[in-house]
Every structure is written in C-alpha cells, then in structure tokens.
Design a protein around this ligand. Structure first.
Ligand SMILES: Cc1ncc(COP(=O)(O)O)c(C=O)c1O
Length: 374
C-alpha cells in the first residue's frame, strides 16, 4: 500500500510481537544473543548496540522513508552528524558551503578540518554564478542550509544540485529548519540530507540527536556507516525512541508552528519598532517566490531586525513574558535569542533576534510581543 508520510510516521514500528504493545519497548540491552555463531552471520542480526539497536533501526528507517532516501544513520547530535560526514572525506578534498549557516558547523570546518587538509570555500548560495566559480576539480561536497540560520536566506536546491553534479560533487542539504514536512531535498536532487533531531523532529526540547540520510547506498554512505558503528557516536536507544515518537506528530506540529509563525510575521512586519522580518513565507522575503515553490510551509523559525540597534533588541527580549530567552528552536515553547551574543565570530546584525514560534496560541504570542514592543 502506498502510504502518505503522516501514516508512515505513525506506523514506524510494528506491534511488539512479544507483548502486543503498540508502543515499541525501549531496548536498553547493549548486547544480543547470537542467533548463529561463526562469521556467516546475517549482517542485519542484532549483536551489540553500537552496531545496531531496534530503536535505532525504527528511527533510521522512518527518517529514510520521510526524506526519500535509501539509508539513514542516527547519531548523537546534529553537529556530530556533520562531523561524521566531514570525517568520511579525505585530506585534500574541497567543500563549497553556504556562507550563512549554523555557526558550529563553520567552527568545525575552520578549526578542526582546515588544519587536517579539508578546505572550505564559503559562498552566498543564492548567487549561482558564485557557486559555479567556487567549484574545483577536487570539490567533493557542496553544503546547503536552506533556510539558513539565522539570516533565513534560501537557496534553490535543484539549481545547486545541478551545479554540484556537473562537477562530480555531492550535494548535502541541512534540512533541520524546513524538515521533510516543508521540503524534500532528495527529490530536488540532493545526495545527502542531515538534520538535527534536537529541533522539530523530537520537538519537545528534551532530545539531542542527529541523522544523516543518503539518497543512495554509495561509497560515502558506506564510509559514514563504518564511522558511525566503529567510531561509536551513535544515538542512544532512549533518544531514538523519543525522536521516533516525535516523528509521529511531526507533520501536524510543523504545520501548526508554520501557521502561527506566519501570523506572528504578519503582525511584526507592520510594527513600527521592527525594521524587518525575515520569514520565508512572508511576502516581504526577497526570495518569497522560491519559498512558495520549494517549501510547502514556512516553518516556525524567523529572525527580526529591531529598530534602535543592539540595546533595543536586547530590551525586547527582556520584556517578553511568554517567549523564553533561550537558544535552539523547533520545540513546543516559543524561544527568542540575541544571536550575535552567542555566535563565535559572528557577522550577524547586532539588532537581530532569532525567534522560534512554539505551539502556544498565536494570539497570546502576538499579545506578548505587542506589550514588549510598546
Ligand atoms: C541548522 C542547524 N543544523 C545543525 C545544528 C546542530 O544540531 P545539534 O544542536 O543537534 O548538534 C543546529 C543547531 O542549532 C542547527 O540550527
């Protein structure tokens, strides 16, 4: 039967044959009894939890289905997922990456991988000529974050995939902000999708995790699998279980986050104390048409530029009552953060606040913003 993503997500694990439980048990055992001894074992046989675990299998299979990939690997954080992909490359390889992206990934590339011989060129991914000009014969990977965090810039995934493939490079898309509910990078030509499960997938501010999905079980996918299993940075059974539970309501949550975020964006865009709202599905976004074409919904993440500079922006954060001043996004609670204060080597505007719209009623969020901006 061809099932839609919502149904697939709910039915991600079979009823437990031992107990009949429809909620899968959390399998904490680190070791499993051999079904056969000797070296002619079934490769899918459970042996040791670093190698594989039933909760990880359930999560990885569902993530692979939702992103339209062949295989997925769940790992201890979104950052560790990116780190593992970089480790699977080789010294002398070259990366072309978004110049606006989650800053921790840039720190990984500059601080750890550049001295190791993996060089990165940063470009504005909305400028396709700049992307082409950055490509080299040794370019192995192009990395896109779309929408970017925190500038909420978009890139045309299909167009960048064409450029990467023309140079025999792979395209990796960080789909953390959009999630597979809003966009499917693999359908648009991406070879690898990475997500921080910490955000919308788990969705309740209580899981740290990451996942790497490959469109095909190619050579890099095999190397990443070896690194995950032998390196051991795997996601724990408990966190796999929580993330898989989050997946069951993902579609409905992301649509609710997105609807509320659009309402909030419309309110803020008209407010005299707000210089600009950066939200993909708001008509004022410079790439609004691309957003409508590429993203089914706008997600719950936006940034705002506050009139009056850094101090005025920080003052708004301090006055808010429902929004929590905290990092991260994609969970039930609305969060707000002055990004420049926390980013290492930040070039983010000093009056920018990143806003994550949670699952509270949008009218209450708007009332809180109204009083904080008054
Ligand atoms: C777009 C994006 N990708 C990756 C990460 C890293 O994820 P994690 O915090 O799970 O390591 C983040 C974290 O904020 C992020 O915003």
């Amino acid at each position: 039967m061809s099932l839609r993503p919502e149904t697939r997500a709910v039915h991600s694990a079979d009823t437990d044959p031992a107990s009949g439980a429809i909620v899968p048990p959390i399998v904490l055992s680190t070791t499993f009894e051999y079904e056969t001894t000797g070296l002619d074992q079934d490769p899918d046989q459970l042996i040791y939890t670093r190698w594989q675990n039933p909760n990880r299998v359930a999560l990885e299979n569902t993530m692979a289905v939702l992103e339209g990939g062949a295989v997925a690997h769940a790992i201890s954080s979104g950052s560790a997922a990116m780190l593992t992909v970089f480790q699977a490359l080789r010294p002398g390889d070259h990366i072309v990456s978004s110049d606006d992206m989650y800053f921790g990934i840039r720190v990984q590339l500059n601080e750890f991988f550049a001295p190791w011989g993996l060089e990165t060129t940063y470009v504005d991914m909305s400028d396709l000529d700049a992307v082409r000009a950055a490509m080299r014969p040794e370019t192995k990977l192009v990395i896109l974050e779309t929408p970017t965090n925190p500038m909420i810039r978009l890139a045309d995934i299909a167009a960048v995939a064409d450029i990467a493939h023309a140079y025999d490079a792979l395209l990796l898309v960080d789909n953390t902000v959009a999630t597979p509910v809003a966009q499917n990078p693999i359908q648009l030509g991406a070879d690898i999708v990475v997500l921080s499960l910490t955000k919308y997938i788990a969705g309740h501010h209580d899981v740290l995790g990451g996942v790497i999905i490959f469109a095909e079980e190619d050579e890099l996918a095999e190397r990443v699998m070896r690194l995950v299993r032998i390196g051991g940075g795997v996601l724990s059974p408990m966190n796999c279980w929580l993330a898989a539970r989050g997946l069951q309501s993902l579609s409905y949550r992301v649509r609710a986050h997105s609807e509320s975020a659009l309402e909030v964006a419309c309110f803020l865009a008209e407010h005299p104390k707000i210089e600009r709202v950066l939200y993909p599905h708001h008509p004022s976004h410079p790439q609004y048409e691309l957003a409508l074409r590429q993203m089914e919904v706008g997600s719950g993440l936006m940034s705002i530029l506050v009139e009056g500079g850094r101090e005025a922006a920080i003052e708004v954060v301090n006055r808010l009552q429902l929004f929590t001043s905290a990092t991260s996004f994609g969970g039930t609670h609305s969060l707000i953060e002055h990004r420049e204060s926390i980013e290492e080597g930040s070039s983010t505007p000093a009056n920018l606040l990143r806003v994550s719209i949670g699952l509270e009623h949008p009218a209450d969020l708007i009332a809180d913003l109204q009083q904080a901006l008054a």
